[in-house]
Structures are given as C-alpha cells and as structure tokens.
Design a protein around this ligand. Structure first.
Ligand code: NAG
Ligand code: CA
Ligand code: CA
Length: 355
C-alpha cells in the first residue's frame, strides 16, 4: 500500500505520460536492487500521447557556426577481430552483463568523439529535422543542473528516480529548458536525442549507429577482460580518465574530475584505438534491441534481438558513481525506450567505409 501510493506521487504531464514502474516496468525493473537503481536513467519512459511542436522556437534559435572543426568529425579505423564480450563477474547482474562470450566483429570506422551540439546543429540546419523531444515538447533533465526558476515551475518527477524532471522546452538546443542554450558548449556532446534522432543524424552523415558488440569492442581498445577502456584502475596515478560523478548522488557532485555536467568532448584521454569518452560524459545509443539473455555460441557481427521494447545504451555518464551506477565499464549496459531523451544521453556513429 505505502509503496503503491509512493509510486503514485508521479504525475502525468499534459503531453507526456510518464510510465510508472508499477505499470510498465516489467520484470527487469522489479528485479532491480538498490545498487542497480543507478541514475534511474532506465525509468525515463514516455508513451507517445500527443505532441507539442516547437518548430518556430527551433528556427529562431538555431545559429549555424560555419567554423567546422576537422577533429570534431574525425573517425578512426577499428581493426576487426575477436574479443570477449560481457563479463562473468558482472557489476550489475540483472543488466545482462554475463556471460562472457566470444564475439567477432568486422573492421569498421568509429567517430573519435561523441557527436557534439555543433555537429548536431549543422544537421538540423541542413535538414530541418525536428527531434522527438521537440515534438513531445519536453525532455528529462537531471534536477541538479536546472536553474531555480525552471525548477520552481515543475511539479512532477519520476517516482523511482525523483531527480529526473520532465522539463518543458528542454531539447538539444535548450539542454536545461528555455532559459538555457548551447552557445557556450558547442564542443560538448549533444543531449536530449532519442534513438530515432541519433539514427537520423548518423544516416545524414552517411554513417550508422554501432551495434552493441561494435561499441563494446571499441570500448575495450584491444585490452582483454578489463573493466575500463584504459585498464582496471579507475584513476591510474590519481588521474581521471572519464567524466563521472564524484561525491554523494544525487545531492553533491564535487566535480573532482573537473566537470559537474557534460564536458567538452576530448577532455579526457583516448583509449588505444584513439576513442575519447567511451565511458562517462554521456551515455551512447547503440542499434541493438535490449535483452538480458545472450548465447555463448561464437557470434559473428551480432546485431542483437530482431525486435524489442528498449534499445541498448552503453558507457554511463557524468552522473555515474560506483555506489549507485557502476555502469561506466565496457561490459556494463542499460536501456531506454527508443523515444526517450535525457540530459545525459547522446551517441556517436560508425561506418563500414572511410568517410
Ligand atoms: C545563452 O545563454 C547565456 C547565459 O547562459 C546568455 O548570456 C546568452 O544571451 C544566451 N544566448 C542566446 C542566443 O540566447
Ligand atoms: Ca564529472
Ligand atoms: Ca560516452
């Protein structure tokens, strides 16, 4: 009874129906433990029940910066090969990190960096594409990065993760709602992009989203059975290798790694494939549907289940800390419905041919 009434504290926005844990969480969430509750990212669900079009807003605020940065769209060759995907020592067992399995992936090219707001702006400018967050009229923003004025207008939260607030007008161009913009973060990863938005961007760039196997292979950078893209120690020699959370979630982020929100892409060292921010900064969409059941049969270029409800995302974000979201490991994984968007979720693209 008490539990139910707590869950029902969650409210429904005019245009967005938040999906309650009790009504659509399914077995996966019921199985969640405290340690795995994490940043609550997987609780961010909505059902498409109407939309608010904010096109005029977008048109007036998009400002194209012509100075295209070469490095920004650079891709690196990832030589194909076999690797051990997943782990037999899962940090979060119910996420389906196990079992460890032999997987082969063909060679491909991968964006060195997470797709930036500037790159995404170029895409919008060129195509007039309207993101799902813009159609819905809102997106999920972590409470800790909102202005007091925006916060004061919000009366809803996600029951299972009350630090996530649906913010009206939040989208890639206004990451914390209407009183925010991307002027000072063109080199930060774009956020508030849904899975379809990410797919649209990649195909516009003549690329595609990575499969989970490709993403994880790339994350591991040729290392065998290691936790992170750089090895097993989180902070070798006291150095930070990823934009994560230091402090007590969700109330205090000490920013010891230099950033309490997103960081400019390339602020942290690359792995041996030359890829930056594979873990941390923002979560990255993959093309796979979510499942927690994996075959141990030797797989070649696996693409995940043929259908599903959620898409796999990888790498964790600036909101992750070991105490509640130990998901900034290469084997770690999480999921969202494809129409989800949030202030810590972005992507990068891959391609089979050199671009
Ligand atoms: C962007 O936001 C900053 C403050 O965060 C503000 O000073 C600036 O005027 C805004 N720019 C635009 C184009 O709205
Ligand atoms: Ca940080
Ligand atoms: Ca990342």
């Amino acid at each position: 009874m008490v539990r139910n009434s707590l869950l029902l504290l969650v409210v429904v926005l005019v245009n967005v129906e938040l999906c309650l844990q009790s009504s659509c969480g399914g077995e996966q969430e019921a199985a969640s433990t405290e340690g795995a509750a994490g940043c609550g990212c997987d609780k961010l669900r909505r059902t498409a029940s109407g939309s608010v079009d904010s096109k005029e807003e977008r048109a007036s605020s998009v400002k194209y910066t012509a100075a295209a940065n070469e490095k920004i769209s650079q891709m690196v060759f990832i030589p194909g090969g076999e690797f051990l995907m997943g782990t037999d020592d899962p940090g979060i067992p119910q996420d389906g990190e196990a079992p460890q399995r032999r997987v082969y992936v063909d060679s491909f090219y991968m964006d060195v960096l997470e797709v930036t707001t500037q790159q995404f702006q170029s895409f919008i400018k060129a195509t007039g594409y309207v993101t799902e967050a813009e159609k819905f009229g809102d997106s999920f923003v972590f409470e800790g990065i909102l202005s007091e004025s925006v916060k004061s207008q919000i009366t809803q939260a996600v029951a299972a993760a009350p630090w996530w607030l649906p913010v009206k007008g939040a989208n890639w161009n206004h990451p914390e709602g209407q009183d925010s913009n991307i002027t000072d973060r063109l080199d930060h990863p774009v956020v508030h992009v849904s899975w379809a938005d990410a797919v649209a961007f990649c195909s516009w760039a003549n690329k595609r989203l990575p499969t989970e196997a490709e993403w994880e292979y790339a994350c591991r950078g040729g290392l065998r059975d290691r936790l992170y893209p750089w090895g097993n120690k989180l902070n070798p020699k006291g150095q930070h290798y990823a934009n994560l959370w230091q402090g007590d979630f969700p109330v205090h982020n000490s920013g010891e790694d230099g950033y309490v929100k997103t960081s400019p892409v390339m602020s942290f060292p690359a792995n041996s494939f030359g890829l930056h921010d594979m873990v941390g900064n923002v979560w990255e969409w993959t093309s796979d549907w979510w499942t927690v059941h994996h075959t141990t049969d030797h797989q070649h270029n696996p693409t995940g289940p043929p259908s599903g409800k959620d898409k796999v995302k990888k790498g964790g974000s600036y909101m992750c800390h070991k105490s509640y979201c130990y998901r900034y490991r290469c084997a770690a994984r999480s999921q969202n419905t494809p129409d989800s968007s949030a202030s810590n979720l972005g992507f990068r693209c891959v391609s089979q041919e050199k671009q």
